[in-house]
Design a protein around this ligand. Structure first.
Ligand SMILES: CC(=O)N[C@H](C=O)[C@@H](O)[C@H](O)[C@H](O)COP(=O)(O)O
Length: 234
């Protein structure tokens, strides 16, 4: 699919994130079940899947035929960012055919001493035509990524940097401001736990949303029930 076809397909819709990393109940060392989550997501009507790891990008593309937003979560010494932090992960995602490459575009420390602006420029030089999604945590980072020439800005990291507020709900204000001020698609992502929040997020004027754990992380879903019951029965 072309960039425009992918953007048109996700417009006004919910992308479902299917992810499990080591330590999570659905993570298997030698195999992956995320393609089954993606099967369910496709049946529900999602136009695209977001996933982490090379093996899951490959398996989910094969299973669903849907466009995939791929990322690789990896921790390197000296890097605060862990979503596609270096060119190695970009190379691997391009090689496996990830339709969109998502990367951390916060302004935090990068272990190789480059700024995020330099890293984006290096990616653009090597792969002029790939579709880049910038995962940012605040307005300044969203504007910066847009000016650096990414294709999509996502609010993914809001609440996950030590300078953003840790509320357990979507960052509607960030979505509203970015949607108003930049002329590329903004994806609202992070802490959309309930259908009414998904609707409210889309009403901020953003292009699309990503919902992950509320659909594809059974431990998170079960804990939400447990907490509500504990608090309600007190
Ligand atoms: C902060 C971070 O590492 N976020 C990751 C990014 O891909 C995923 O773990 C999230 O599940 C995804 O952003 C969707 O968010 P939520 O699961 O809240 O719907």
């Amino acid at each position: 699919m072309t960039k425009q076809e992918i953007l048109d397909a996700i417009h006004g819709k919910m992308i479902i994130s299917c992810q499990a990393i080591p330590g999570e109940p659905l993570y298997l060392e030698d195999d992956s079940v995320m393609y089954l989550m993606a099967r369910a997501a496709k049946r529900a009507g999602t136009p695209a899947i977001r996933t982490s790891s090379i093996r899951d990008v490959a398996a989910i593309k094969k299973e669903t035929g849907l466009p995939v937003i791929g990322l690789v979560k990896i921790n390197y010494p000296g890097y605060d960012s862990y979503i596609t932090p270096t060119m190695k992960e970009v190379d691997d995602l391009v090689a496996v055919g990830s339709d969109v490459v998502a990367l951390d575009c916060t302004l935090r420390k990068r272990g190789d001493g480059t700024t995020i602006n330099e890293f984006i420029a290096q990616i653009r030089q090597k792969y002029p035509d790939i579709i880049l999604m910038a995962d940012i945590s605040n307005y300044e980072e969203g504007i910066n990524a847009w000016k650096c020439g990414v294709d999509i800005v996502g609010t993914t990291m809001s609440g996950y940097t030590d300078y953003t507020s840790k509320k357990d709900e979507p960052d509607y204000e960030l979505m509203t401001r970015l949607a108003a001020d930049i002329d590329i698609p903004v994806i609202g992502e992070g802490k959309i736990h309930y259908p009414d929040q998904a609707v409210k997020a889309l009403q901020t004027g953003i292009w699309s949303i990503v919902v992950g754990g509320a659909i594809t992380r059974p431990l998170e879903i079960a804990q939400r029930f447990m907490k509500a019951i504990d608090e309600g029965v007190k």
